[in-house]
Design a protein around this ligand. Sequence first.
Ligand code: ADP
Ligand code: F6P
Length: 349
Amino acid sequence: MPNIAVLTSGGDSPGMNAAVMSVARNAAHFHMPLIGVKRGYNGLLGKSTREADDLVKLDLDTVLDIADNPGTYLRTARCTDFLDPAMREKAARKLKEMEVLGLVVIGGDGSFQGAMRLCELGIPCIGIPGTIDNDLAYTVRTLGYDTAVNVCVDAVRAIRATSRSHDRPHVVEVMGRHCGDIALSTAEATGAEIVVVPEVKWKVDDVAAQLNRQIAMGNTRATVIVAEGCWESMAPFDVYKFLKPYGKQVFEGEPMTANRFASILKRKCGMIEVRDTVVGYTQRGAQPTARDSMFAFEAGAMAVELLRNGVSNQVIGVRNGKTFHMPIEKALAAKRPFNKKLFNLINSL
Ligand code: ADP
Ligand code: F6P
């Protein structure tokens, strides 16, 4: 029986292990050996001194316990070598030597670009969208997004309890790279009063005015959710010039951060304190929610089925509540809609 290979690539996301487990169970069902490629595309380039650090046999016994685990058992990495066509040819040769029927790539848009290039070199690939960012337009949900949002919601609920106790506004930064979906969903689910995202241009003074409006209405403990990418869409603001006179430790040219933003809002809104929290890696390293685990289960099964049927160059997603697949190139060309109506509603109340 031919082999199947699987790898996880890019930032880890909750549900990656569950997807590997599903691929493993489906491959085992059809008596197909499964090879795990370690550390993203690196594992195909023979960089390790021991082959076991690059490639592992993933029989059921090995992976049976990993499905619910956070992180990725296969490890992950960003492999810059893979941007080099010669390196990709080397990887394709390795996969041919391994006599793989195909490769399942669990990662984000960058990883899918890599998969597309491997398809061009004759390696059948199927992509599973493993990223918390939800920045892939072709699917309503990426694997890990639901978990990340739930982690942020738990964090913001706890923060809002303390904000309430002390009558203090709070700035919470969540992940998402260039995508504001985690921030928007978190704000919607927690009742946070202000949300700032990379998709919408904004000014520091406008957010300060929004916060002042909340304070004037008697809400002295509003939550400002900022997506980590929102600093890209901020109108130029001289952090040094504003904060230095207050004795803050800041150097000329330093960028805006959640911490500095909280400091600025404190001064612009006349509050005793505005505190900040960066939710960070707890969003990525969490145990997957049932929703993410269910998607992982279905995606793993679909990936093996597609490869068995000789279908390649596809990515798997969710639409209208159903798991589906489509060509990688078409999926990557899809334009991501941003829910401006929801954004406006949250910020206007
Ligand atoms: P993600 O998959 O989460 O978007 P990255 O953008 O960091 O994460 O991409 C993960 C890896 O995919 C990169 O480190 C690289 O190995 C591979 N990759 C990214 N872009 C390309 C590309 N244009 N061509 C080939 N491989 C790519
Ligand atoms: O793609 C997932 C993600 O967590 C993004 O939200 C974030 O911008 C990025 O990865 C951070 O990557 P790292 O800390 O692994 O370099």
